[in-house]
Design a protein around this ligand. Structure first.
Ligand SMILES: [Zn+2]
Length: 296
């Protein structure tokens, strides 16, 4: 997917479209020194050029300070959403096995373990894997999904989850193919990511365009340095079906419950925009064909 024929600035690389493989695009947004482009063939929006593997890896090497900040700012609020989605996956329970890509500090794994799921995962940050082992008693592999895949029993997982991870992937199609192999027939992958629909804006009428411009400038906080693709449910659905998964459900996700009161104004603005048709995040359920599950 790397387009080596084009010379990029130091630490960066050009890529072909993640969805259709074309090299035909126009710039739509510039932020933090990176350019988001839209593919003229399929409409996918992605960062081009993007940071190369080495630059990205350096920036994911989290430290103790990051861990403490997450505990302070995110923990209580994140748990609300995690408990909700732990209920939503119950109908898929059969083997009781769940895998999470990038579990962070392991709160979703912990919530699911409390409900009787056999949980594991893979995370890039060593300090987080250690935290999860020490705090929740859950074993998480240090590395990427690709690294750990050979050690896992394919075709046995009811659920593969990834919260705020998919937009970071350098090879989203490769990862979806591995997810499909891990799932048992009838299993589900649950993926949450920033919603690119408002950034695309193609389908919005002219009278909403000024709001859209404001949204892009002021509200759309997705960072193109680390969010390599600005996914829409439509584009994700296309990639899923190529990988043998059906996009069965899409939830708009407004993270009102995710952060403390001091961000209230930002939350209200996000909620308003979501009502206008520019949701902030979405959660996608991708099912592997087969019987859903025996349920709780
Ligand atoms: Zn394309």
């Amino acid at each position: 997917m790397i387009n080596a024929a084009k010379e990029a600035p130091a630490g960066e690389e050009y890529v072909f479209c993640y969805l259709c493989g074309a090299d035909n695009y126009e710039p739509i947004l510039r932020r933090k020194g990176m350019t988001v482009v839209r593919c003229r063939e399929c409409g996918l929006m992605y960062t081009n050029p993007r940071l190369d593997a080495e630059s990205l890896a350096r920036s994911y090497d989290y430290d103790q300070k990051d861990l403490e900040w997450r505990l302070k700012v995110w923990k209580r609020s994140r748990l609300v959403a995690f408990k909700r989605y732990a209920s939503e996956i119950e109908p898929y329970r059969e083997t009781g096995k769940l895998f999470e890509i990038g579990p962070g500090l392991g709160w979703f794994l912990q919530v699911c373990a409390e409900r009787g799921w056999a949980v594991t995962g893979a995370d890039l940050a060593k300090i987080r894997c250690e935290y999860i082992r020490e705090t929740h008693g859950i074993e998480v592999h240090h590395g990427t999904l690709e690294d750990v895949f050979p050690a896992l029993e394919a075709g046995t997982f009811d659920v593969v989850a990834a919260w705020n991870v998919f937009e970071h992937l350098r090879d989203p199609e490769g990862t979806l193919r591995i997810i499909e192999q891990l799932l048992r027939p009838g299993g589900v992958t649950v993926l949450k990511m920033p919603d690119g629909r408002a950034l695309s804006g193609m389908e919005f009428p002219w009278y909403l365009q000024p709001l859209l411009r404001l949204y892009r400038r002021r509200i759309y906080t997705s960072t193109p340095t680390h969010h390599l693709v600005q996914w829409t449910p439509e584009h994700l659905g296309q990639l899923m079906s190529r990988c043998g998964l059906n996009l069965a459900r899409v939830d708009d996700f407004v993270p009102l419950e995710e952060r403390p009161i001091k961000h209230l104004r930002e939350h209200l603005r996000q909620a308003l925009y979501a009502r206008l048709g520019f949701p902030y995040y979405f959660v996608a359920f991708g099912e592997k064909p087969g019987a859903k599950g025996t349920g709780p």
